[in-house]
Design a binder for this molecule. Structure first.
Ligand SMILES: *[C@@H]1O[C@H](CO)[C@@H](O)[C@H](O)[C@H]1NC(C)=O
Ligand SMILES: *[C@@H]1O[C@H](CO)[C@@H](O)[C@H](O)[C@H]1NC(C)=O
Ligand SMILES: *[C@@H]1O[C@H](CO)[C@@H](O)[C@H](O)[C@H]1NC(C)=O
Ligand SMILES: *[C@@H]1O[C@H](CO)[C@@H](O)[C@H](O)[C@H]1NC(C)=O
Ligand SMILES: *[C@@H]1O[C@H](CO)[C@@H](O)[C@H](O)[C@H]1NC(C)=O
Ligand SMILES: *[C@@H]1O[C@H](CO)[C@@H](O)[C@H](O)[C@H]1NC(C)=O
Ligand SMILES: *[C@@H]1O[C@H](CO)[C@@H](O)[C@H](O)[C@H]1NC(C)=O
Length: 592
């Protein structure tokens, strides 16, 4: 064998040297090692006698067909193409992409690089024949050839990431098309495990571990908070990543552990992890939300009560602390007394009184330094009016009025008499009949208001205020008017029989009585008023209407009539003087 190979080599050298006439080539073939037949299969064998590359495109081969050998130049196509496939699936590796016409192809052969440049044959197809599998190793059952010369590789593995070469013999040329194969696998999915129960504020806590299983290349895990990437800062965020390689499949499992120091605003934050596989779309884990725990920083005591808060009301104290979880046990400090309240943050004081007013506090049982306080003011407004109810007083006497106000704040007082507003508190130094009435005072303090009232009746013996007479317009009768004051309503009587013209209503202790008389003689008429407290009488002279009309006229004359008369007389005298003066002037003029 060795001898034959040597002969072939020299022949090959000569043949090449003389036919091609390339001196340069001969030089390069000086070190051409003996061409070794590695195997002989299906009558097609390959002897790589030497490797000579000119600009990386040229190789010399010997093809032996049915014990005949031929030299062929081999065109090696540069710019190694790469095809990528998915792990576990069938990968199609195209041969020449149409660079060679199908009908020109005599032989198509697929081989792969076993490493260190040693080729491993996969399959070969001669024109008009079926493809023959040459592989004896693990590729034996996984390779096939498509009609267009593509190599179909089933159940792609990571170990398939190597160079596959398609060799095409067409007429005088042998072409080789090497292709790099990359196999990718996306992780099975992303899962966050070892999830923390809760995060304590400011404490670096392991939030969870994100695992991307069985990927190639190893998944690059990114942690996100509310869809924003978290970057390790050596303080509040720490990310540790480990990659585990499966020795059998070569797939990597990436585990990324996030340690996180929570802030208060992280309470509802969503944590996810994601990875962007080399092929396929981004994978995102289901989100994780965590309880953020923190101790109370602020405590407030709220007072829940009606406004205004009055005696008899209920007051609820509510202690609000902002810790998470919220504290449930509190101490309420009530005017020197301390009450412990568990599983509730409220305490109710019922039926408050003015003594309830004061400062109240609450504090955390677990941390008594967290304390809040609030003042409670119970409003009260007590009034006492004297006199009250129905009172009856004698005219002319004094009545003392006292209004006592006991209140928690400044108050205002309003008085009314018979529902009419008074501008000040009434004073009764000497009661008059007009003081009678219904008095009410209203005291207000903010929204609180109290009322008190009394009904005053002033009574006393009647007094005739005026007794007067008038001549009727037709001078046929006289009207006598008796005006009196007194309470209760006095009875009015006359010493003469007359016709009652009018009796006024009894208001403010006043009454007016009018009668019509036709006196036949000069009379002295008296009016008498009386009630249970006394009697008063007064008389008036009334002249007769018969004959003595002048007298009557005089009766009628009042001051204004007399004034008119005087004015008339004076005017008359003035006119007379003027007439006399004029006559005298005319006479004097004539006599001259
Ligand atoms: C080769 O043929 C297969 C089917 O046998 C087809 O899926 C593939 O696209 C073809 N490849 C090229 C490069 O024509
Ligand atoms: C992982 O992602 C980071 C940030 O996007 C990038 O800097 C790094 O190169 C990536 N690593 C790999 C192996 O893809
Ligand atoms: C105070 O609370 C008691 C008991 O709950 C209730 O009966 C009463 O009506 C309340 N008083 C007021 C003014 O709300
Ligand atoms: C409320 O307290 C007052 C005394 O402060 C008492 O007289 C009254 O009966 C109490 N009312 C109720 C409903 O307990
Ligand atoms: C008034 O008239 C009545 C009868 O009408 C009579 O009895 C009485 O005496 C008269 N009184 C006077 C004062 O004239
Ligand atoms: C009435 O009185 C007047 C004087 O006042 C007197 O002149 C007259 O005579 C009297 N008439 C009668 C009837 O007495
Ligand atoms: C009425 O007249 C009499 C005398 O005629 C006289 O004495 C008396 O004072 C008069 N009374 C009044 C009120 O004028």
């Amino acid at each position: 064998m060795k001898f034959r190979a040597g002969k072939v080599f020299f022949f090959c050298l000569f043949f090449f040297f003389f036919t091609q006439g390339a001196v340069k080539l001969a030089e390069l073939y000086r070190n051409c090692p003996p061409c070794v037949f590695k195997r002989k299969l299906s009558g097609i064998d390959e002897c790589q006698s030497n490797t000579y590359r000119e600009s990386g495109h040229f190789e010399a081969f010997t093809i032996v067909t049915d014990s005949h050998f031929h030299y062929k130049k081999i065109l090696l196509f540069a710019g190694l193409e790469t095809v990528s496939g998915l792990y576990g699936e069938t990968l199609e590796i195209p041969c020449h992409n149409g660079a060679t016409k199908e009908e020109d192809i005599l032989i198509t052969k697929w081989k792969y690089d076993k490493g260190e440049g040693i080729p491993g044959d996969l399959l070969v197809k001669q024109k008009n024949k079926n493809a023959v599998i040459m592989a004896t190793d693990e590729y034996k059952d996984r390779v096939s050839m498509a009609a267009n010369s593509s190599l179909l590789l089933s159940a792609a593995k990571l170990t398939d990431q190597r160079t596959f070469t398609c060799m095409v013999v067409a007429r005088e040329d042998i072409m080789e098309y090497p292709i790099n194969v990359m196999i990718y696998k996306s992780p099975e999915g992303l899962e966050i495990s070892d999830q923390a129960e809760a995060l304590e504020i400011g404490k670096l806590t392991k939030l969870g571990t994100c695992v991307a299983k069985d990927a190639s290349p190893a998944a690059n895990i990114t942690w996100l908070k509310n869809n924003k990437p978290l970057v390790a800062d050596g303080e509040g965020i720490s990310i540790r990543t480990s990659v585990l390689l499966d020795p059998v499949t070569g797939l990597s499992t990436t585990a990324s552990t996030l340690e996180y120091s929570a802030k208060k605003e992280d309470t509802d934050a969503q944590f996810t992890c994601s990875t962007q596989p080399t092929v396929g779309s981004e994978l995102v884990s289901s989100p994780v939300t965590l309880t953020v725990t923190y101790s109370t920083e602020n405590i407030v005591l709220q007072v829940i009560a009606q406004d205004p808060l009055e005696e008899g009301d209920n007051v609820t104290l509510k202690c609000v602390a902002d810790g998470n979880p919220a504290p449930t046990n509190f101490n309420f400090h009530l005017q020197g007394e301390m009450v412990k309240v568990e599983d509730s943050n409220t305490y109710t004081i019922r039926n408050v009184s003015r003594e309830t007013s004061g400062e109240y506090k609450c504090s955390l049982i677990d941390d008594p330094s967290m304390e809040a306080s609030k003042d409670i003011t119970v409003n009260y407004l007590d009034i006492n009016l004297s006199p009250s109810g129905n009172i009856v007083e004698h005219v002319g006497e004094a009545l003392d009025l006292t209004l006592k106000i006991d209140s928690s704040g400044e108050s205002k007082v309003f008085w009314t008499k018979d529902n009419i507003m008074l501008d000040k508190e009434p004073e009764f130094a000497a009661l008059t009949y007009s003081d009678s009435g219904s008095y009410e005072c209203e005291v207000t303090m903010g929204l609180l208001s109290r009322k008190a009232s009394f009904d005053l009746i002033v009574e006393g013996a009647p007094v005739i205020k005026q007794l007067s007479k008038q001549l009727s317009e037709d001078a046929q009768h006289k009207v006598l008017i008796c005006e009196a004051e007194g309470s209760p309503k006095p009875a009015v009587s006359w010493s003469i029989n007359g016709t009652l013209l009018d009796e006024s209503p009894f208001i403010n202790g006043k009454i007016t009585h009018k009668i019509k008389v036709v006196p036949s003689a000069n009379l002295t008429v008296s009016c008498t008023v009386s009630n249970e407290f006394g009697i008063d009488t007064r008389a008036i002279n009334v002249s007769s209407l018969n004959g003595e009309v002048r007298m009557d006229k005089q009766d009628q004359l009042d001051d204004s009539d007399q004034t008119k008369l005087v004015v008339g007389v004076v005017v008359g005298l003035l006119i007379a003087t003027l007439v006399i003066g004029l006559a005298y002037w005319v006479y004097m003029k004539k006599s001259k």
